[in-house]
Design a protein. Structure first.
Length: 414
């Protein structure tokens, strides 16, 4: 069933039939796709924003921090908001904020050249995206359980497909000198309209699958959130997701700029290299569901982490552009599964999924908060491209955390 033709779900009257689950699957995939489109659209125009604002690598890193700060501020309570309002309403409301932030950042950079205006837009973008991220992952995990097979990486593959589209449109817009304000505003309108449609297709039950979502009211929800912050498994999953988020986010923030500066590419070519990365992410997430069902989380994640480390090192150290681009593709494939599998692992117990996903998301998104300024400051000292060697240096010890991603057995459940 197409997400553009299915009837909206009425929570009060609609049973959770296979048809309803398939419709919800399509709705979740659409929301992921459009969120990826919004994020990649901005990142593909970062080199243009840098030129328009006249920023050094270090100052650009501080500006990008505004988006990460907004996301990190939103995520501690995003799980509670999702429990209270439901995933569909949370996604819809947060995407309004995303659209305003994307358009605002583009207009501020392209029309006024105001760093403060861009920072405000990026903060709103991050706040809305952070809230939406938790809600759509909780909904995706609920759909995955009802389907009875691994599908979360394919939702994240849909996000990557949106990223491919955003990167491609960004490269084209840069080549044609399309004003940033017009480009980002048009994308914001499309993202908002499509996401509102997709959210109407979500499951009729609350995201936690319970007929009694209050769980003791507001005080009970807060106690559940605090309890999740004391669970070793949840915290270790969050730590692994943090490193994988840094692996992905470093490419999002800096890959286009690094190849422009370090490999002497044009702005449009730098955006195209970023597109290679998201194509690798998309391929990894599409094929990853088959690998995960066949060999399990631990083996597959260990292999992809090694691949990401090798690819990132090759992208930086290769003496030729084509070889470096092969490294970018391997980096994308290797980075593809850590985040979605981490979300699935955090949501192994459905009644505790919203708060655990929120905790893991907060820890993971700390990478987006610290990553841009860290790499920006390193870039000022050693060059933007060489600064990306931090990625493989962090990935190698992360292999020790992979066993924590094993699915919970019935005896392990609280």
């Amino acid at each position: 069933m197409s997400a553009t033709t299915a009837s909206p779900v009425d929570p009060a009257t609609t049973p959770v039939t296979p048809r309803v689950v398939r419709s919800a699957r399509n709705g979740v995939a659409l929301v992921f796709t459009l969120n990826g489109l919004a994020v990649a659209t901005w990142f593909s125009r970062v080199p243009a924003a840098r030129e328009a604002l006249g920023l050094s690598a270090g100052r650009l890193g501080l500006l990008l921090l505004a988006m990460s700060a907004g996301a990190l501020l939103a995520m501690p309570t995003a799980g509670l908001v999702s429990q209270r309002l439901g995933a569909a309403r949370t996604v819809a409301l947060s995407t309004v904020v995303v659209a305003l932030g994307v358009a605002g950042a583009g207009l501020a950079a392209g029309l006024t050249g105001s760093v403060v205006g861009v920072a405000a837009g990026l903060f709103a973008f991050g706040y809305g995206s952070g809230t939406c991220d938790v809600a759509m992952n909780v909904e995706g995990a609920a759909v995955e359980r009802r389907l009875g097979r691994t599908i979360m990486p394919r939702f994240h593959a849909a996000w990557s497909l949106g990223s491919v589209a955003g990167a491609g449109l960004g490269a084209g817009a840069a080549r044609l000198d399309v004003p940033m304000g017009a480009h980002l505003t048009a994308v914001a309108v499309v993202v908002l309209a499509g996401t509102l449609l997709g959210a109407r297709l979500f499951l009729p039950l609350p995201a936690n699958g319970s007929d009694a979502p209050e769980q003791g009211g507001a005080a009970g929800r807060r106690r559940a959130l605090l309890a999740a912050w004391r669970e070793p498994r949840t915290l270790l999953i969050g730590l692994l997701v943090l490193v994988m988020a840094f692996t992905e986010g470093s490419a999002n923030d800096w890959l286009a700029v690094a190849f422009v500066d370090g490999h002497d590419l044009s702005e449009a070519a730098g955006a195209a290299v970023f597109g290679v990365f998201v194509v690798g992410m998309t391929l990894g997430r599409t094929a990853g569901t088959i690998a995960l069902d066949r060999w399990g989380r631990v083996r597959v994640l260990a292999a992809t982490i090694v691949l990401a480390a090798a690819g990132a090192a090759l992208a930086v150290l290769a003496g030729s552009g084509p070889v470096a681009i092969v490294g970018v593709a391997l980096w994308g494939i290797g980075a593809s599964l850590g985040f979605p599998v981490g979300m699935s692992a955090a949501a192994d117990e459905e009644d505790k999924a919203p708060v655990r996903v929120s905790v893991v998301a907060v820890i993971g998104y700390t990478a987006f908060l610290g990553g841009p300024p860290l790499l920006g400051m390193l870039g000022d000292r050693v060059g933007t491209l060489q600064a990306l060697l931090v990625v493989p240096l962090l990935l190698v010890p992360t292999l020790a955390l992979v066993p924590v991603m094993r699915p919970l057995r019935p005896a392990d459940r609280a």
